[in-house]
Design a protein around this ligand. Structure first.
Ligand code: ATP
Length: 427
């Protein structure tokens, strides 16, 4: 019998990983896997995520009720029941049609009330949770109700023992990047000389290679030397910008969401201690706010320093939960129109000295008595380009952010068991 399994919140700050549990389940049920496992990244701004706010959905053929119970027991047994961890599992026959809920989980905060409301609408599903918070169910339901629009893939490889140090091989990663990018992306930060495929936490992930084509991911996996004990290719909404809410006014920006809108720069960018850039912005209706471009975004921070008052920009970024004022943490911007001319007090054509303003629009040279009835117009040399997306350096990318190199390939790939493996199952 076909079953969808949604799961989330099985790990804690000290270890574990929901994708590891999903991969183990796939490998243990390799003849009954019916699709790629789905790794759905949810709202990156929620404060109670462990790392990347990812939830999982699996499509399996489940032979009998015992097998279903074994799946549930395996998930709970391998969950790190400590701290804030609150695992949730849903097992159902079909994907759940709760578009509003899935969308809200991706872009906003889901309250307990909304969760209960969703649960009351779900029929014909087994639902498991361990405490009254039921929090893991939010991600689990979102994963089995996610509707694909844009998608990418990630090959995640695991180490046999999370206690082992991850051996990083810079040359291998550069080699992999040179051969396979842009079909693979975010492998290496060339500016900082840093490989990006290795995580840093105590989880069992050895590395993750992200890309458009699962076959290229498998080839990349074989291209680099590695000691992966187990691996799987996930279909994912990473690198899609799917979490962004387009708004028309700053007043619609709510904390813990990521928004995009058109704004104007009011003042010169201000560089504060630490190298962060503060931008004073306003929307078309005149509502104003502050935007911050952190030093850690390197390339984006550098571009923000080139902005000038009057520039019209399309920006996207996270709304900070700051009760006192509206602040947007900028994740990227695209200049729509840049100020190209500067207006200044004219210089006297005879002596070259700056003229003096005599009334509203008349200037006069005090020495030569020459008059001018207009400001001097000086063309500006702008470093920025209209229409170009300015993005953070790859090291400061978050999972859902879309890199500029991504092409709209959208090829359909059929699931195959070649996309999962473990050393043990090969021998
Ligand atoms: P990992 O990436 O290692 O699996 P994580 O970063 O996904 O960890 P979790 O441990 O899964 O973090 O914790 C996130 C919790 O927040 C889950 O219980 C999930 O159901 C819940 N959650 C996810 N998105 C939302 C949302 N938009 N509103 C409310 N709760 C959410």
């Amino acid at each position: 019998m076909l079953k969808w399994i949604g799961l989330d919140d099985t790990d804690s700050y000290s270890g574990g990983c929901t994708t590891w549990i999903a991969t183990r389940l796939l490998i243990d049920n390799i003849n009954n896997v019916l699709d790629f496992p789905y790794l759905i990244r949810l709202n990156p701004e929620i404060p109670w995520k462990t790392r990347g706010n990812g939830a999982l959905a699996l499509k399996l053929r489940i032979t009998d009720e015992d097998a279903e119970l074994r799946v549930k027991d395996f998930i709970l047994k391998n969950s790190r029941m400590e701290g804030k961890t609150s695992p949730g599992i849903i097992i159902c026959r079909q994907k759940i049609a709760l578009d509003f809920f899935a969308d809200k989980t991706l872009k906003d905060i889901v309250t307990k009330r909304l969760l209960e409301n969703a649960l009351s609408q779900i029929q014909d599903a087994e639902i498991y949770f361990i405490d009254d918070r039921k929090r893991g169910l939010i991600g689990a339901i979102a994963a089995v109700s996610h509707q694909w629009k844009d998608y990418t893939y990630e090959l995640i490889a695991y180490r046999s023992d999370p206690g082992n140090e991850r051996a990083q091989n810079l040359v291998d990663v550069l080699y992999l990047d040179s051969f396979t990018s842009p079909i693979t992306f975010l492998n290496f930060d060339r500016e900082e000389g840093k490989p990006l495929i290795y995580p840093h936490g105590p989880d069992p992930v050895l590395f993750g290679i992200r890309g458009e084509d699962p076959n290229v991911l498998m080839a990349s996996f074989n291209l680099i030397s590695n000691r992966a004990q187990m691996w799987a290719v996930f279909k994912t909404n990473q690198a899609t910008n799917e979490h962004i809410i387009p708004i028309t006014e700053l007043t619609f920006a709510r904390p813990y969401t990521t928004v995009s809108l058109t704004v104007y720069l009011i003042k010169e960018p201000q560089i504060v201690r630490g190298g962060h850039v503060i931008l004073q912005i306003k929307d078309a209706k005149g509502n104003s706010a502050e935007a911050i471009v952190y030093r850690q975004t390197v390339t984006l921070n550098r571009a923000a320093r080139e902005l000038m008052p009057g520039d019209k920009l399309f920006i996207w970024g996270a709304v900070r939960p700051d009760a006192r004022s509206l602040t947007i943490n900028i994740h990227g911007f695209r200049p729509i129109s840049l100020v190209q001319m500067e207006y200044s007090v004219p210089k006297c054509p005879l002596c070259g000295r700056s003229m003096r303003k005599t009334n509203m629009a008349t200037f006069e040279c005090e020495r030569c008595k020459t008059k001018s009835h207009a400001f001097a117009v000086i063309p500006l040399k702008r470093q920025l380009l209209e229409g170009k997306d300015y993005l953070p350096s790859p090291s400061s990318f978050k999972h859902l952010m879309k890199p500029w190199s991504r092409r709209p390939l959208q090829l359909a790939f059929k699931y195959s068991s070649k996309y999962y493996g473990s050393r043990a199952s090969r021998s």
